[in-house]
Design a protein around this ligand. Structure first.
Ligand code: AMP
Ligand code: MG
Length: 342
């Protein structure tokens, strides 16, 4: 993996024929924000000799994320692309030929379903759609905000068997054999895409896709780690902790994200497949591990289960976690505290 500096130096040497020692430029930290990816805020931070070089370096990272955004979108169509919406729209009708990246994501999602004992299920789209609709309506018209109808939730939940996601690797097709089933990869896709993009991105970048944070190596040549803040659940201006990350990923699932109020009570977006209601185990769970897709899946999974069950999953994936309990007390996996800065 090339660093921002080495990319710049190779270009410089090609142009001038000068030696590296004579031309070592002073690097400064730059950052960029994008609002066009995954319906969230994406930021990238890194060091470069100039803003222009930084922008040139991160453009391919942005472009790759945009491709994933379009492929994994369940709400919008894009000309010339079969995406997850195309698959959902063809449920019960026909297989859809798709990019290998969709097949790869769905294979991983099926594995996470098994590994998390069914807690994280991307075939729950029909259930999640009911929550999505009432949340959107409730946000637009707070006085008439309502909860999804329980009978409708129960009916939708009988169309969530991941076995009905039929993948033909050779033909590169996906077919939802249950006409009422819909995919929703919101629990995994941002982190998964961030991981894929980070694998080929220059070293020394800190990429955050809606809080799915991934460091592609230390901040500078002396190995300085990045410092990542973990959001306070009650005060969006403060952090519970800041932690050191050199190469790895930090992902949080929280009850303060994508909420709406009904009769003064807040309802969030992570739905327990057993109750079909927002999970109440935790206020937030942060997971740190070396793979962003795994971290994303695990943060959602741990949010939906007891600390004990969560710890067993963490051990399987060599990951660490911070749980914020309903009374706002904090619990840590054994290795988490070693990463804490403040
Ligand atoms: P995250 O913020 O990564 O924890 O993911 C939350 C998103 O995942 C929600 O906005 C839904 O799109 C989706 N989701 C919610 N509950 C579940 C679940 N039990 N299994 C799979 N996806 C879910
Ligand atoms: Mg997640």
């Amino acid at each position: 993996m090339k660093t921002l500096l080495s990319l710049f130096l190779s270009a410089l040497l090609l142009l001038s024929g000068c030696t590296q020692a004579q031309q070592t430029p002073e690097l400064k930290q730059y950052n960029a924000t994008f609002l066009t990816l995954f319906d969230t805020v994406t930021t990238m931070v890194g060091r470069a000799p100039s803003e222009e070089v930084f922008r040139e370096t991160i453009q391919p990272v942005h472009d790759a994320l945009l491709e994933y955004h379009q492929l994994f979108d369940i709400y919008n169509e894009y000309e010339g692309i079969n995406n997850l919406k195309t698959i959902n729209d063809a449920a019960g009708q026909n297989p859809v030929q798709v990019d290998k990246r969709i097949i790869c994501l769905l294979n991983d999602c099926k594995e996470f379903y098994t590994a998390t004992g069914g807690a994280v299920n991307v075939a729950m789209g029909s259930v999640l759609q009911l929550w999505h609709e009432t949340r959107s309506e409730g946000r637009d018209d707070p006085l008439h905000a309502r909860l999804p109808d329980m009978d409708a939730l129960r009916a939708a939940s009988s169309h969530t068997d991941p076995e009905c996601i039929v993948i033909d690797e050779k033909a590169s097709t996906v077919y939802l054999s249950d006409p009422e089933m819909r995919l929703d990869v919101g629990a995994i896709a941002k982190g998964w895409a961030t991981q894929k993009v980070a694998e080929t991105a220059p070293a020394g970048l800190l990429i955050s896709v809606g809080g799915n944070v991934c460091a592609t190596g230390p901040k500078d040549e002396t190995g300085t780690p990045w410092v990542v803040g973990i959001q306070d659940v009650d005060d969006m201006e403060s952090y519970l902790h800041t932690i050191y990350v050199t190469q790895g990923c930090v992902v949080t699932s929280g009850d303060y994200q994508r909420t709406y109020a009904v009769d003064g009570q807040l309802y969030h977006h992570i739905i327990d497949p057993n109750t079909l209601y927002p999970s109440t185990h935790w206020r937030a769970v942060t997971v740190v591990c070396d793979d962003s897709g795994t971290a994303d899946a695990l943060s959602t999974a741990l949010f939906l289960m007891s600390q004990e069950e969560g710890q067993t999953l963490l051990d399987t994936y060599h990951a660490e976690a911070l749980w914020v309990a309903p009374d706002a007390s904090l619990m840590y996996s054994p290795g988490f505290q070693d990463m804490i800065r403040t």
